[in-house]
Design a protein around this ligand. Structure first.
Ligand SMILES: O=c1ccn([C@@H]2O[C@H](COP(=O)(O)OP(=O)(O)O[C@H]3O[C@H](CO)[C@@H](O)[C@H](O)[C@H]3O)[C@@H](O)[C@H]2O)c(=O)[nH]1
Ligand SMILES: [Mn+2]
Length: 495
């Protein structure tokens, strides 16, 4: 009872650094005024003493451009803030809202299936009520190796999830967990007894078997790999398939597992696929008719959960009644596990994520940065058409699926938090994942993730802010997600 009166999160204004930054802005601005008046005085000089006009004008113009650019970037330094959360003050588990996790993969050759499955497993093993967690993997390549990997991941999850839960494992990606230092007590949730050591060893063996099976599948080859740009939709809810005795014993645990869904959208060479934004919009629709959770966690396939309590921490913002109605998303920084000691290209994006984005947060919040964000479904699926709007207009906006339109109406209702999984019709799902579904609709323009830019994340974030939504940036001490960053100039150039 008492908890409900205490705040779920606090915002700290960086007073000293804001003071220093503002003083610097003032001094710099005064210097600019002197510089510009010096340049302007040139035009009042006697023609005989004047230097060449053209070079003078060019220098002046470049200074004006640079000063303008500098001025725009000062907004980041005006009001830096940071945040603390209190997940222990959240309501009981049965009152927490469901979450859909969206993971995207596009190329099984560049994005190793074992790495992708580590991301999937790490999301499934988060410390959140399993019946409220639904993990969707979008496979743009439609690769058999990825679908097989999902089935293997499901089998391994039956062992991995109870292990993580029992011992409070923080890094829920098995690969990263087992490669961390043997004596890293923090990673082991403080356990160290012989029973734990024994079980950890057993789990490691299971993980090695899982890895072997996934990589063997990859080596056997994917017969469908030639049809990466030309394939039909496949949506599969991963379920019990094994007849293995040991697995069957664990099957009981499966009742307490999140839903795991493989989604491969239809792709045809004649239809634009709109890259990652296109994949995310298919996930939005397919998940809409299956779980329709009010919140979505977006992850790149190489970005695993490094803190099992991540979803609970994000909910400290989303469940705050004061900000919740206008809060579209909580963005966490992109942290990387493979940064070299000589990070000469700033691959860890330190200037952006440790300095600028905190300033961004003080001014209404950052934009979406592609991965590691908890976004409210309604912010992506809202339309100007009210719930009572006529069916024809809703179809023009969201496409022809009545089931999906029904799901959009549901998320606008106040009791949406309690909605449970639906039994969607397979042909409705095929329709939603088809490549022509969006023709003539507002998908990618007004609804969902926006098309027309390679940085769909920034574009979508800006668009949400333009519509009046706010966002939060949360940079906790322990990185909540870890991915692989660029480590050489070639990769960096194409960022
Ligand atoms: O057609 C596509 C292309 C990419 N992806 C997935 O999108 C993610 C990001 O793509 P990647 O090629 O790794 O791009 P990066 O430049 O590393 O990504 C950064 O920049 C992107 C665009 O701003 C953001 O979407 C990412 O989250 C951000 O990490 C990966 O999981 C891909 O599998 C798809 O699903 N379909
Ligand atoms: Mn990437």
């Amino acid at each position: 009872m008492e908890n409900s009166k205490l705040p779920l999160h606090l915002c700290h204004v960086h007073k000293l650094s804001n003071f220093i930054n503002r003083t610097h802005i003032l001094v710099h601005s005064v210097a600019l005024v002197f510089l510009f008046s010096y340049r302007a005085s040139f035009f009042f000089q006697h023609p005989k003493t004047k230097a060449g006009t053209l070079p003078w004008l060019l220098v002046f113009a470049s200074e004006v451009i640079l000063a303008f650019e500098w001025l725009l970037s000062q907004s980041f330094r005006w009001c830096a803030v940071s945040r603390t959360v209190f997940p222990e003050r959240l309501p009981e588990d049965d009152k927490l809202p469901p979450i859909d996790v969206f993971i995207c993969t596009a190329d099984p050759e560049k994005e190793q299936t074992v790495v992708v499955m580590n991301t999937v497993l790490s999301a499934m093993a988060m410390d959140y009520p399993p019946e409220k967690l639904h993990v969707y993997l979008s496979d743009d390549a439609g690769a058999a190796v990825t679908l097989n990997g999902m089935r293997e991941a499901w089998r391994f999850a039956k062992w991995w999830l109870p292990f993580c839960k029992r011992y409070g494992i923080k890094c829920t990606a098995p690969g990263a967990y087992f490669s961390a230092g043997e004596n890293d007590g923090d990673e082991d949730g403080g356990f160290g007894g012989s029973e734990f050591v024994q079980e950890k060893k057993h789990m490691k063996e299971k993980y090695e078997v899982f890895k072997k099976r996934v990589t063997e599948n990859a080596r056997i080859g994917d017969t469908r790999s030639n049809s990466r740009r030309d394939h039909s939709a496949v949506v599969e809810v991963i379920q019990e398939t094994s007849s293995d005795d040991a697995d069957a014993i664990q099957a009981n645990e499966a009742k307490n597992m999140p839903l795991l869904i493989y989604v491969c959208r239809e792709k045809r060479p004649s239809q634009p696929h709109n890259f990652k934004a296109g994949a995310l919009n298919v996930l939005l629709r397919v998940s809409g008719v299956i779980s329709n959770s009010p919140y979505i966690l977006g992850l790149d396939c190489d970005m695993h959960c490094n803190d099992a309590s991540s979803a609970r921490q994000a909910m400290c913002f989303h469940l705050d009644p004061k900000i919740s109605p206008s809060l579209a998303f909580v963005q966490l920084p992109q942290n990387f596990h493979n940064i070299s000691n000589n990070d000469i290209y700033d691959s860890q994006l330190r200037s952006a994520l440790k300095v600028l984005w905190k300033g961004y947060d003080g001014l209404g919040g950052p934009c979406v940065c592609g991965t590691g964000y908890y976004i409210k479904r309604v912010s992506l699926c809202e339309s100007s058409i009210s719930e009572a709007g006529d069916a024809m207009k809703l179809r023009q906006c969201f496409g022809p699926s009545n089931e999906f339109i029904k799901s959009v109406r549901q998320i606008n209702k106040p009791d949406h938090m309690l909605i449970q999984r639906n039994n969607a019709q397979p042909n409705e799902i095929q329709l939603l994942a088809s490549c022509v579904y969006e023709d003539g609709t507002k998908w990618g323009k007004e609804v969902g993730f926006l098309y027309g830019s390679v940085v769909e994340d920034y574009f979508t974030g800006f668009h949400l802010h333009c519509k009046g939504w706010i966002s939060m940036y949360f940079d906790p001490k322990r990185p909540q997600f870890l991915g692989s960053g660029t480590t050489n100039l070639d990769d960096f150039k194409f960022l």
